[in-house]
Design a protein. Structure first.
Length: 325
């Protein structure tokens, strides 16, 4: 297939592009490089520098079609920032995404694989979370993604757009070639690994009074390559599915403290940490049921927490300063 991967210079998008190229697909990457890196884009793919709301960049990207599908991973995704700057999140995650989808329609592309988020659920009513769980986001990141999901339901009904959307939980880990690298890091594992090596100050653990066994937030961690595999599996099933929403998770939750303990156990190095107040918009527990993805897509996570940690550590050792811009 010929695929357009938006956000393909970012963390998850670059791994999706990597696995797509390895599977024999022809890949064009669209990324504005505000948060992504040229070095993360697979060498055999074509990079178009521009945003998903940039009409000229979209025109250039689609000139390299026709595309069999668009894999849409470009987004703003920092939960804390989304509570203080919601305008950015609704602009990029909703308005710009619809500009992309309208460009797809104009060029006759009828398949979309979307990276959505578990943040659409908000505070869970029960755990593990299934796809029919009520969706009541507690931050504008989740709200913007939920609004896009709603729009895509209508696009499917009115225009026949076939969409598979993944609500995934915490992506972590690395492939041999690609890992997490951000100018303003907010994710637990890379911050913990940098604290171990002294590249960053002690890790701030946000909140110690949640209704969890040790008082810290519980999350469901999934290896980035497992998430990327799901995107490729979706391409095989998207035509008969038509419109579908899947959770991607391990069905096992780990608290912040448990992750830090796992780092210490796996690497033999204690993570320096210090307590900090809760962050706005952080649910106490997010753990997925992946039963639907397992049944409909044949997907299941292959890597556990220890393997995630080791892969992230190995990549970080080879790239101590992340990617060079």
């Amino acid at each position: 297939m010929r695929l357009l991967v938006t956000g393909g210079a970012g963390y998850i998008g670059s791994v999706v592009a990597e696995l797509a190229v390895d599977a024999g697909h022809e890949v064009v990457v669209l990324d504005d490089l505000r948060a992504g890196f040229r070095a993360a884009v697979p060498a055999s793919s074509r990079l178009i520098v521009g945003g998903i709301g940039d009409v000229d960049a979209l025109k250039e990207a689609f000139s390299h079609g026709p595309f069999d599908a668009v894999l849409h991973l470009a987004a703003e995704a920092a939960i804390e920032e989304s509570t203080t700057n919601p305008a950015l999140y609704f602009q990029v995650n909703l308005a710009d995404s619809l500009t992309l989808v309208d460009a797809m329609r104009a060029h006759g592309v009828t398949r979309l694989v979307l990276s959505s988020t578990a943040a659409t659920y908000g505070e869970p009513k029960q755990v593990p979370i299934t796809e029919d769980h009520p969706q009541h986001p507690v931050n504008s990141y989740g709200e913007s993604k939920l609004m896009l999901e709603t729009c895509l339901r209508w696009y499917h009904r009115a225009y026949g757009l076939r969409t598979v959307a993944f609500r995934y939980f915490n992506a972590a880990g690395a492939t041999a070639a690609r890992g997490e690298s951000r100018q303003h890091e907010t994710h637990l594992l890379p911050l913990a690994l940098d604290a171990v090596t002294g590249r960053r100050p002690p890790l701030r653990v946000f909140g110690h009074d949640y209704a969890t066994p040790d008082g810290t937030c519980i999350r469901d961690y999934v290896h980035v390559a497992d998430i990327a595999r799901a995107h490729l599996l979706a391409l095989e099933k998207i035509d008969p599915l038509g419109l579908a929403f899947f959770n991607l998770g391990s069905e096992t939750g780990y608290s912040v403290r448990q992750v830090l303990d796992a780092v210490a156990r796996t690497l033999g190095r204690v993570v320096p940490s210090e307590p900090a107040p809760r962050r706005p918009g952080d649910p106490a527990v997010l753990v997925a049921s992946a039963a639907l993805a397992r049944r409909e897509l044949g997907w299941a996570p292959q890597a556990g927490l220890d393997e995630i940690i080791v892969s992230a550590w190995d990549w970080r050792q080879r790239h101590p300063h992340g990617y060079d811009r």
